[in-house]
Design a protein around this ligand. Structure first.
Ligand SMILES: C[S@@+](CC[C@H](N)C(=O)[O-])C[C@H]1O[C@@H](n2cnc3c(N)ncnc32)[C@H](O)[C@@H]1O
Length: 225
C-alpha cells in the first residue's frame, strides 16, 4: 500500500473507549492490540496513562514527516466530504463540523508527537491484516476501529474471515466497530463472518455501544475463543 492510497485520519482514546465499551481499568490491565490504528491517539493516550497498547498499520512504514505531510494533504478534502454529507452523522457527542476537525487534528498531533518514541518501544508496528507478526495468544484483546466492515466494498468476506481469524490467533477476543459500510449500509459480510466463527465454536455477539457518530453505527461485533 502506498502513502497516496492511505487517508490517515484518527480517533481519540475517549472514542475508542466508547466504541469498544472499554473501562479505564480494562485499558490499563489488558494487553491490547489495535489493528489499523493509523494516526489515532488511542495508543499515545494509553501510554500517557501508564498502560501499553500495540498498534499495527501499513502507515507505520512511513516517517513522521511523511505522515504529517499526508495528513496535511488530505485534511481539507476529508472535512469537505464531512460537510457535504453532514446528514449522515449524528451531531450529539460531537456538536458540529468545526469541533470534529479540532478533535481529529488534536488526536493526530498527539499521535505524531509520540510516533518516533512509540516505534522504538514497539508500540507502532508496520504490519497489515490478514498477517500479524505476533506469537499465538500474545494479547487479551484485538480491536479494529473503522477498517473491517467499513470498507466492505473493497475487502471481501474471505479477507474479513482471514483477518479476524488472525486477530483471534494472537488474542483471546476480537472487537470490531462499526458494522456499517462507508455508505451507512449494514455490511454484507457480517452474517458470513458470524456464521464462520459460530461454526468454530467461538462466542459471537453483537453488542450496543455508547458511541454513534456515523448514523446507525452504534453496535460492535465481539468474538471470543
Ligand atoms: C479509517 S482509518 C481508521 C484509523 C483508526 N483505527 C481510527 O478509528 O481512528 C483506517 C486505517 O486502516 C489502515 N489499513 C489499511 N489497510 C490495512 C490492513 N490491511 N491492515 C491493517 N490496517 C490497514 C489504514 O492505513 C488506516 O490507518
Amino acid at each position: 500500500m502506498t502513502l497516496e492510497q492511505i487517508v490517515p485520519w484518527g480517533r481519540s482514546k475517549k472514542e475508542y473507549m466508547q466504541m469498544f465499551n472499554l473501562s479505564k481499568e480494562e485499558i490499563l490491565s489488558k494487553q491490547i492490540l489495535g489493528c489499523g490504528d493509523g494516526p489515532s491517539s488511542f495508543n499515545t493516550e494509553v501510554d500517557y496513562d501508564g498502560g501499553k497498547v500495540v498498534s499495527i498499520d501499513p502507515l507505520y512504514t512511513y516517517s513522521k514527516k511523511e505522515i504529517m505531510q499526508r495528513i496535511d494533504e488530505v485534511a481539507e478534502e476529508v472535512m469537505a466530504q464531512v460537510r457535504a454529507n453532514a446528514d449522515k452523522f449524528v451531531w450529539k457527542n460531537i456538536p458540529d463540523v468545526e469541533s470534529l476537525e479540532h478533535m481529529r487534528i488534536e488526536a493526530m498531533m498527539e499521535f505524531l508527537m509520540d510516533y518516533e518514541e512509540g516505534v522504538e518501544e514497539g508500540r507502532y508496528v508496520d504490519a497489515s491484516l490478514p498477517t500479524l507478526p505476533f506469537e499465538d495468544d500474545s494479547f487479551d484483546l484485538a480491536l479494529s476501529s473503522h477498517f473491517l466492515f467499513l470498507y466492505s466494498e473493497h475487502l471481501d468476506s474471505t479477507f474479513h474471515i482471514e483477518a479476524i481469524d488472525e486477530m483471534l490467533r494472537v488474542a483471546k477476543e476480537a472487537r470490531i466497530f462499526p458494522l456499517l459500510t462507508l455508505e451507512n449500509e449494514p455490511s454484507a459480510h457480517l452474517e458470513t463472518v458470524m456464521d464462520h466463527f459460530r461454526a468454530k465454536g467461538y462466542e459471537v455477539a453483537v453488542t450496543g455501544t455508547d458511541y454513534e457518530f456515523q448514523k446507525g453505527a452504534n453496535e460492535m461485533l465481539r468474538i471470543s475463543k
